[in-house]
Design a protein around this ligand. Sequence first.
Ligand SMILES: Nc1ncnc2c1ncn2[C@@H]1O[C@H](COP(=O)(O)OP(=O)(O)OP(=O)(O)O)[C@@H](O)[C@H]1O
Length: 639
Amino acid sequence: MHPLHTLWPYLRLHRRQYLIGLVAVLFSNMAVLLPPYLLGRGIDHLSASVDRNPATPGLSVSTLALYALGIIAASALSATLMLIMRRNIVVASRETEYEIRRDLFGHLSQLDKPYFDRARTGDLMNRLTGDLSAVREMLGFGAWQIVNVTSVFIASFSVMFSVSWRLTVAVLAVFPIMIGLLVYLSRLIAQRYVLVQEQNSAISAKAQENFSGARVVKGYAIEDREISAYRAMNLELLRRFLALARVDGPLQAFISLLMGIAYVLVLAYGGRMILGLVPGADLSLGQFVQYATTLERLAWPMLSIGYIANLTQRGLASWVRLQEIFDAHPQVRDRPGRTAPLQGELRGDLSFENVSVRFGERPVLQGITLHIPAGMTLGITGPTGSGKTVLSQLVTRLMDPTSGAVRLDGRDLREYPLAQLRDAIAVVPQEPFLFSDTVANNIAFGLNGAQYPPIPTRVNVRDAAAPIADDPAPDMDRVRDAARLAGLDRDIEDFPNTYNTMLGERGVTLSGGQRQRTALARAIARQPKILILDDSMSAVDTETERRILTGLQQVQQGRTVLLIGHRVSTLRGADHIIVLEDGRIIEQGSHDELLALGGHYADLDRKQRLAQDLEQDLGTDLTTTDLTTTDPNATERQA
Ligand SMILES: Nc1ncnc2c1ncn2[C@@H]1O[C@H](COP(=O)(O)OP(=O)(O)OP(=O)(O)O)[C@@H](O)[C@H]1O
């Protein structure tokens, strides 16, 4: 399918603007042919006056003024039409860019975890910026120029033919060479441009990962290696750019040369006609000037052919790259037609029925059967990689089980609209992400989602409802309450602007524990039916953990909580605890039952007690060490 086919729905939204603009270009190009004609007529009159040729009436001053006025009027008309074109086509292309960007972001936001696991942020950024600009240039300047050049060609050649067909046939002799070259080079340009854009994406991704992972790069003192790798990629980008320049440069130069040859032909052949040396072909001086001036009008469009070909090829190649995003679909999605929330308030009763998950051939969860009644706090532990996070991700439907079913209040999760399901759940992920915003807004991040109506895609910017410009101020009582329950309130009071302190890139940097607690407060503020804490207290000391757990006891009322952790101190208050190993539940029961069982959990408890004793002796916190496993995170936390 041609790429323009998929672009059409966007162009259609502005068909009136594009049409007016393109018609304006057509008429402007006709108007532009009038001045050479009037000039030629004037010159013929002038030469008749000079020669006193009785066949042509002499030129009066008033006729001369009339020609002058005509030239001014035609130029003014052409300029006005060009302005109309700009106001329509340039505006339409900018609006189309807005609409595509809006829809791309909307579509990307709908894509699921597997997509983002595969995609590279730098590449996506490059597509949303560089590729989108290339598409806009094709739709704006490109579309205008295609019509401009075509109409200038048709109009100019018609005039040139009517003035002297012999001269025009001679001039046209150079064209087949030019068209052949154009087709050949355009193909090369398109291929090389795609290579440039791919490298652009790779280099953006490299830079983005280095900035995001600056701590790791510095921590391992591998700046030089990264600089060297970046240099190599940068050099490759340069190489690809130069390869592109090698094919788009000669086109311009060659067309210039052909124009020069055309002028020589006009001068040599046309001059002979004026002198009467070509039998049966007369040309007056005025006609010669009209012809040469019209040909001159062709020079710029001819020169821009290469540029337009380049622009169009780049635009189409970029659109194909954007279309790849539109073509990606989430694996986890609503059942067709199932978007209205199911009736009845959710209670939070979860059950796993013989649930298994595989990634390719690798089983990650195997035959999990488990009932978590509403309001229960379930502790989940087990060695690293045992499937704890995957288990929790099934609840939010970040992925679906390969076999078996997860039920909420007796209904398969897949029956709920995703929005309703996720609205009832809040997750504190293992690696919390904070936005460059105030502490208060970071905590209130999960609130107010419902007031934003979904924007229909592929609608004209003028027809779509205006976006809500300002976020309403966060409900500060709720924010403070959540911060207190997450054990973050005292830290916030110490920040320079308390709750209005900016975080992240534009503000203060939080410690690992503060980040975790901010994410925890964000989840608590949402007051969800199901709360999932994925190793959310791994970066806090035991004293802070105790404060958080006390706060959580208040939060837990009436909620189902999945509490993933490596520390017995985190898990001991849970109503029920499961121990996972290689994707299977190997032990389950209450804290006391599991201790009495004397298995993995009891072993974990014994080792952590030992660590606690050591800690007291050494004065350091070793309780985060998961001694039963080779948890690399634990070592990192220690570091
Ligand atoms: N998207 C994915 N694609 C392929 N494999 C995955 C994916 N997500 C997780 N896994 C694999 O599934 C297994 C379980 O991962 P999971 O994150 O659930 O472990 P975990 O028990 O939470 O570990 P930790 O205690 O280190 O957080 C791991 O071996 C992991 O490599």
